[in-house]
Design a protein around this ligand. Structure first.
Ligand code: SAM
Length: 374
């Protein structure tokens, strides 16, 4: 049975997305083969090592060949077209924005140049803090999204962790778009190198960005609580990471409905995403929209590093899930180490062994496989 083959491949590759994940890859290869593994992995939102494991299992079963990229073998094609009834359909994704809603276009060229200049010389990524460098386009796209949500003009925004310098992008965009300089742009960041770099960069560019040294495992300092209209965060791509950083973001917001949160998060398997969304719902946050592949990270040319943007709105029942100090595992590596032991992380994070796709964060975790991290 065709379904059995897909299931077999999913099990052999230890793919949490199961047979449907294998079918998705098969469908992309059928429609676009020969296709590079990286391009297919981005489309099906699997980290590169995970997609590679599925490819290997499909090859073992004679379903795929490699010839200037992946393509279906004769028996792969028979399986796709016959038993599975997969039809080749045209790509309907918007060609202007690539499905991200926000496009960084020619009209933003000078702004993009300024952002590239701002990012030059930023501290190297500290994998112990799950840092991973977003591209200048990503920082700018986030700033344009902030503009679209109405936050950029005159509202107070807190950036919880900011190795991508989204705060600087917001300040530059505000100036470039003629939005004035009303409204606080504040960063809470644990890495002293980044705190210093953002301060120096803001001064050099003549823009107002406040930087607060803060470890988000501790409650926010009182002067940052209930002072903001919106928050932006790209937390560690673990379930506790999302729960903690969003909790601190919520604590920073003024009370009442329709405050905005922008949460970046990896394209994880459905089980992990369901747990993240459960925590968002427990915090009384509504998901306004999800923009796939919104964020891109350096190394994308090799690894297909992307993550999604989740826009959140507060309700009148919004409250943080984590209110006090947090002492559980948080970072990708900590969680995976912890999973080697007998106990589960308290907020329900769950790792996966082998070639599976929830261990270390969307496609970005692919880059960590080159580093000491998973
Ligand atoms: C967590 S990293 C991005 C992680 C990325 N989404 C991933 O998992 O691949 C984003 C920012 O959060 C900062 N950060 C990490 N841990 C933090 C903490 N405990 N308190 C404050 N900022 C933190 C990092 O220094 C960095 O600037």
């Amino acid at each position: 049975m065709a379904g059995d083959v897909l299931q077999e491949v999913a099990e052999a590759a230890r793919l949490r997305e199961g047979a449907e994940g294998v079918r998705a890859l098969l469908r992309v290869v059928h429609a676009q083969g020969p296709i590079r593994l990286r391009d297919a992995a981005i489309q099906v939102r699997l980290p590169l090592p995970v997609a590679a494991a599925v490819r290997r299992e499909m090859e073992k079963r004679g379903l795929l060949t490699r010839d200037a990229g992946m393509r279906l073998s004769e028996s792969g094609r028979r399986l796709a077209e016959g038993d599975l009834g997969i039809a080749v359909t045209a790509d309907q994704t918007c060609t202007t924005c690539g499905g991200r809603t926000i496009a960084v276009g020619a009209e933003h060229a000078s702004l993009l140049e300024a952002m590239r200049d701002a990012l030059a010389g930023r501290p190297s990524a500290d994998v112990k803090l799950d840092q991973s460098h977003g591209t200048p386009e990503t920082a700018l796209r986030r700033a344009l999204l902030l503009s679209e949500t109405g936050l950029l003009a005159g509202r107070d925004i807190l950036f919880l962790g900011d190795d991508d310098l989204t705060s600087i992008a917001a300040a530059l965009a505000r100036r470039h778009l003629g939005l004035g300089d009303r409204g606080r742009l504040a960063v809470a960041e644990v890495d002293p190198r980044l705190c210093e770099f953002i301060r120096v960069t803001a001064k050099r560019l003549g823009v107002g960005v406040e930087v607060h040294a803060a470890d988000l495992r501790q409650p926010l300092p009182a002067h940052l609580v209930a002072r903001f209209d919106g928050f932006v965060t790209d937390p560690p791509y673990t379930v506790p990471g999302a729960a903690l950083f969003v909790s601190r973001g919520v604590a920073a917001l003024r009370s009442g409905p329709l405050r905005t949160g922008l949460l970046s998060f990896g394209h994880k398997d459905p089980g992990t995403m369901a747990r993240v969304h459960l925590h968002l719902a427990q915090m009384g946050l509504a998901v306004v929209r999800v923009l796939p592949r919104f964020n891109e990270y350096e190394g994308a040319a090799i690894l297909g590093n992307t993550s999604q943007m989740i826009e959140l709105a507060t309700s009148d029942a919004t409250r943080p899930l984590v209110a006090g100090a947090y002492e559980g595992s948080l970072y990708t590596a900590d969680q995976e180490r912890k999973m080697a032991g007998p106990r589960q992380p308290s907020t329900g994070g769950r790792s996966r062994a082998g070639a599976t796709s929830s261990g270390s964060g969307g496609a970005k975790r692919g880059s960590r496989r080159k580093k000491p991290k998973p």
